[in-house]
Ligand binder design. Structure first.
Ligand code: SAM
Length: 364
């Protein structure tokens, strides 16, 4: 009789990501990479991420339609039979999507797949690009006065010096130690819809308040070695911030209007000349019917952001924008083409029309 015990099988990346403390330099992960096994695992994680995004997008559309049907039903005096059947179809589809998301493992599994995507074997997490640019800006600080003086030489960082650190809101944070090497001059506050670590506040970015009565931010609890820190909570997370990081977060949101709202909210949370670090998958910029580099720059400029630096890698598009609070706000300006929605300044507009393009966009 055959033994029912399953063989342990090879160490796979998906097994590795199940560990809470991920060691990206572990011999097992390196070996997996050398033997080529990791490629298969990466394509598996990529398909989880892709499927998750598609389902999320569809869910946002259905929920929006439902809101619309419900409000038009409330405002109408006639019995709307058609609306009612559309509504029940949408409820059925919504439940199916939720089931599929559940089968995929939900946000938790998606995040594990994303953690694997961050691994150094794949070029590291996106914070490395930001740090490189910030250091470059620090060098030419005479022209970029908002990069504050940094005293890295002092091992004892007093409260006064801590206030000199750049306060960075890391939205959609999977690893609170992304900026570990920079803790002496960057003070990260980490949030995510689904926290993977006690130092990551479980919070929706759109509900981060603009200011607080508690100016002491939780990231002051960070120290290089200490694990025993007081837990972060929603109350301790509030603007203003020197930097807001939206790395691979805007594309996660399925609702195109909420994507625009995320950019607007960054502006509200930033110090007068603060920075917005935005990272999108490259196809959002170079293979979308409704979006591209210049559209992004137009939207950014409308919100008084100027691109300080950008970089397109094989897979990702990195942007560092700086807020110019001195420029008069242009948010009252309306675009000529509003696609039937007069409240939108940058509506969904066909910009390119080639085969196999995606439909990513951000509307404002
Ligand atoms: C692809 S991961 C990005 C991880 C990391 N920032 C990076 O650059 O690799 C997207 C993360 O954004 C989080 N997220 C999406 N919308 C959010 C929101 N409105 N508020 C907070 N976190 C959000 C998701 O929960 C998910 O963990």
């Amino acid at each position: 009789m055959k033994s029912k015990r399953k063989s342990k099988g090879p160490v796979t990346a998906s097994k590795l990501v199940k560990n809470t403390s991920l060691d990206f330099n572990s011999p097992a992960l390196k070996k997996l990479s050398e033997t080529g096994g990791i490629k298969k695992e990466y394509s598996k994680t990529s398909s989880i991420i892709r499927e998750f995004h598609n389902l999320n997008k569809r869910l946002a559309i259905i929920r929006k339609n439902r809101q619309f049907h419900e409000s038009s039903h409330q405002n109408s005096s006639k019995p709307a039979a058609l609306d009612q059947s559309a509504l029940s179809d949408e409820v059925i589809e919504e439940n199916e999507i939720l089931k599929k998301l559940d089968l995929l493992g939900g946000l938790n599994e998606y995040q594990k797949a994303s953690i694997l995507g961050q691994s150094k074997l794949r070029g590291g997490d996106t914070s490395r690009w930001l740090v490189k640019v910030l250091l470059k800006l620090r060098k030419k600080r005479s022209t970029c006065a908002t990069i504050k003086p940094i005293n890295k030489s002092s091992p004892d960082i007093s409260a006064a010096k801590r206030n000199d650190k750049l306060k960075l809101l890391d939205v959609g944070c999977l690893d609170p130690f992304n900026y570990k090497k920079e803790f002496s001059w960057i003070n990260p506050v980490c949030i995510d819809l689904n926290s993977q670590h006690h130092k990551i506040i479980k919070m929706d970015f759109l509900s981060v308040p603009i200011s607080t009565h508690h100016p002491q931010l939780p990231a002051d609890n960070y120290s290089r070695n200490s694990e025993a820190q007081s837990p972060n909570d929603e109350k301790s997370c509030a603007g203003p911030f020197d930097i807001v990081s939206l790395s691979l977060v805007v594309n996660f949101e399925g609702d195109v209007i909420k994507r625009g709202e995320m950019l607007r909210h960054s502006k509200r949370l930033l110090t007068p000349n603060g920075y917005l670090f935005l990272v999108l998958p490259l196809p959002c910029i170079d293979n979308s019917r409704y979006f591209d580099h210049s559209r992004l720059l137009q939207i950014a400029s409308h919100l008084n952001f100027t691109a300080v630096e950008f970089h397109h890698s094989n897979k990702l598009a990195y942007y560092l924008f700086q807020l110019d609070s001195a420029t008069p706000n242009s948010s009252t300006t309306k675009s000529s083409n509003t696609n039937g929605n007069p409240s939108l300044i940058f509506p969904k507009k066909l910009l390119h029309n080639k085969k196999n393009m995606n439909n990513f966009t951000i509307v404002i």
